[in-house]
Design a protein around this ligand. Structure first.
Ligand code: GAP
Length: 445
């Protein structure tokens, strides 16, 4: 696929036009870095989360699901280190009053304001905590401060023995969770890539010390394969190993899966060997024994954790960036999203060729039948080519046309969004046909 010029601008515009993603509170001028998912976006997001859940929970015997609350006991964030260390160094401009991350300043002009250009106008760096605070109960005082969770992981750590006992699991086993997280990012941007409110898809795998690196390698492979199955081009993905400076002091190993966005290689997911740091800290701060007793070997230990931590919104953005393409079909320019059919918001467009000859009635019958299985869309407006193109732009993999022959032999044509090939299929076999094609789908480079 050739590189597309101004891809991000085109994508943002398509997202709004077609109802994937809107700016939050747009009628009030928008709220910086907050976004709303429209009708197509919400379908895509649900499909993406289901795809992750299926791989990480439904098809596995050794992972359980969880949905922990966003507000947690404030001691959780002291134990995790977020209160003391989840900070960015910030400087303020004494002239224009804007605030900047100290590590993002021009190293050749470290005292010059990047906004107004004033020289020697920047204050010394001060640490700024990225957690959003709020108050629990009616009195706004320090004793009532609670935090909006900046990651979903801690809800998993503090529930490990609840889940283990309830689900009768033994180590090695994992807990998976999808949920909102909040960070008061200083430099949000690149559309939904970095926002202040976002969803994470995290899995924490609890293992015996000594087996942790084996599991770490296992999860690295599982996770990169997942992006391949999601339909992201392999050539656009790689691992980035954390340098000693990047790696958290307690982590024994840390790799990111990165994607090549138009704005550079960026992290999609972190895979970390977090050792026994998290449970040791919660043991220390809660005063509860969080060690595990292995009744086969009679050993007692604090489990090590291998974490896979992905961003849901960021992955969704990746699927759109990776899918966006422009080509020419029958002499006409088209925009097409090569989304994997597994996550495409609409699976098929249903088109009566003309509004007569029994075609609309036959098409409606097929529409109502397919609706029981998939999200499908009925469209009888305008020339067939335009109807195809509207669906191409929404990433719909199949275009089903009901024509004169349908009335005679109950077959329809199915057009493939990517190859444009058309096949004649019996209308009562459509659901099975689509299911088979979706299962066999593999992304082309
Ligand atoms: N529990 C580990 C953890 O939270 P992280 O690297 O800070 O690790 C994991 O975050 C993933 O969450 C990232 O790889 C990214 O996909 C997503 N993420 C983090 N901050 C984000 C933000 N401000 N906006 C959107 N996604 C974000």
């Amino acid at each position: 696929m050739p590189e597309i010029k101004n891809l991000m601008d085109k994508l943002v515009s398509l997202c709004k036009r077609r109802g994937f993603i809107f700016q939050s509170s747009e009628v009030y001028g928008g709220l910086n870095s907050c976004y709303d998912y429209g009708p197509l976006g919400v379908e895509l997001k649900r499909n993406l989360k289901d795809f992750w859940w299926k791989a990480m929970v439904q098809t596995r015997d050794d992972i359980e699901g969880l949905d922990a609350s966003i507000l947690m006991h404030p001691r959780v964030w002291e134990a995790s280190g977020h209160v003391a260390n989840f900070t960015d160094p910030m400087v303020d401009c004494t002239v224009c009053k804007k605030r900047f991350r100290a590590d993002a300043l021009n190293p050749d002009k470290p005292k010059q304001c990047p906004h107004c250009g004033s020289k020697d106008a920047l204050t010394e760096a001060r640490n700024f905590n990225l957690m959003f605070k709020t108050f629990m109960g009616p009195v706004e005082e320090a004793a009532n401060v609670v935090y909006m969770r900046p990651e979903t992981a801690q809800g998993i750590y503090v529930n490990v023995y609840n889940v283990m006992q309830a689900a009768r699991q033994k180590i090695p086993f994992g807990i998976a969770q999808i949920g909102k997280a909040f960070r008061n990012e200083i430099t949000p941007g690149n559309f939904t890539f970095r926002t202040r409110e976002f969803e994470q898809m995290e899995m924490q795998f609890f293992v015996k010390p000594g087996t942790d690196m084996q599991w770490f390698e296992y999860w690295k492979e599982q996770r990169i394969q997942w992006y391949d199955e999601l339909g992201i081009r392999k050539s656009k993905l790689h691992f980035h190993e954390h340098t000693p400076e990047e790696r958290a002091f307690y982590a024994a190993a840390a790799f990111d899966i990165e994607y090549e966005f138009p704005f550079g290689w960026k992290e999609l997911e972190g895979i970390h060997n977090r050792t026994n740091y998290d449970l040791s800290k919660h043991q220390e701060f809660s005063g509860k024994d969080l060690s595990y007793f292995d009744d086969q070997t009679r050993e007692k230990f604090i489990p090590y954790i291998v974490e896979t931590s992905a961003g849901c919104d960021r992955t969704l953005l990746t699927t759109l960036v990776d899918a966006y393409d422009e080509d020419v079909v029958e002499g006409e320019a088209r925009t097409v999203l090569h989304l994997s059919p597994r996550i495409a918001p609409i699976k098929a467009g249903i088109f009566p060729l003309v509004k007569k000859g029994g075609m609309p009635e036959a098409a409606e019958k097929i529409y109502h039948e397919l609706k029981k299985h998939f999200h499908v869309f009925y469209d009888d407006g305008g020339a067939i080519g335009r109807r195809y193109r509207r669906m191409d732009e929404a990433g719909t993999p199949f275009g089903i046309t009901i024509d004169g022959q349908t009335i005679e032999d109950q077959t329809v044509t199915v057009r493939d969004r990517d190859t444009l090939a058309q096949e004649r299929v019996a209308s009562d076999k459509l659901a099975a046909y689509m299911e088979e094609k979706m299962t066999a789908y593999a992304r082309k480079e």
